[in-house]
Design a protein around this ligand. Structure first.
Ligand code: ATP
Ligand code: MG
Length: 197
């Protein structure tokens, strides 16, 4: 391609992108859904928390299915005055083997999440692994969708977890599916600090 042709092509591209940027003039709280079987959903949500904290925004971190497993971000974020959190202190059903207790803990954690989703002071709410709570029927999807729809206008939400339901996909503005191509665990490498936890 000649230099003149390249320049013409880039000018056309710039015009197109500029007009798209000009059109996107709405500010509002958005829901980002990170789903799929690959690694990177919760850690991406933690990245967004970092972004928000950089602007002195207030963040609520709600983790379902956390169990006893502490992660590096918990250690890092716990001392941040702009972060409030609620953690469901229970593992997976096959670990605890107590469905009644898990359901009770899920609902207690959801009550905390509901408060955050009604609080206009909170700019970003992360609902980590909440998709499982809906799929296991530990939480009522309708109540979740209602709380998401009625939240303060400028509040952002990040939802993570595999196999997101149709209702959650529908209510979300940005949906990414992380694909599992390869994972170190299948080569017998255990979860590594700073990478997996
Ligand atoms: P991360 O927290 O690392 O972003 P994730 O939120 O996408 O991961 P989860 O399903 O919540 O994935 O699982 C969390 C843990 O399981 C992490 O230690 C992660 O490395 C590991 N993991 C994620 N996906 C896979 C996979 N496809 N195979 C094996 N282990 C996985
Ligand atoms: Mg996760």
């Amino acid at each position: 391609m000649s230099e003149a042709d390249y320049k013409k092509r880039m000018q056309r591209k710039k015009k197109h992108i500029d007009s798209r940027i000009e059109k996107a003039n709405i500010d509002k709280g958005i829901i980002v859904l990170l789903t799929g079987n690959g690694k990177g959903k919760s850690s991406s949500a933690m990245g967004m928390i970092c972004r928000a904290l950089g602007y002195e925004m207030k963040v609520a971190l709600v983790r379902f299915l956390k169990g006893e497993q502490q992660t590096g971000e918990d250690l890092f974020l716990d001392s941040n005055p702009n972060v409030v959190s609620a953690h469901m202190e229970s593992g997976f059903t096959w670990n605890t083997q107590d469905q009644v207790l898990d359901k009770k803990l899920a609902n207690e954690t959801w009550l905390e999440a509901e408060k955050f989703l009604a609080d206009p002071e909170i700019n970003l709410v992360v609902l980590d692994e909440i998709t499982y709570m809906i799929n296991y029927k530990y939480l009522d999807e309708t109540s979740i969708l209602k709380a998401l729809s009625n939240r303060p206008v400028g509040q952002h939400v990040v939802i993570t977890g595999r196999a997101a339901s149709e209702g959650i996909i529908e209510v979300s503005d940005t949906v990414s599916e992380v694909k599992d191509v390869k994972h170190a665990f299948r080569a017998n490498i255990r979860a590594q600090k700073g990478v997996d936890l």
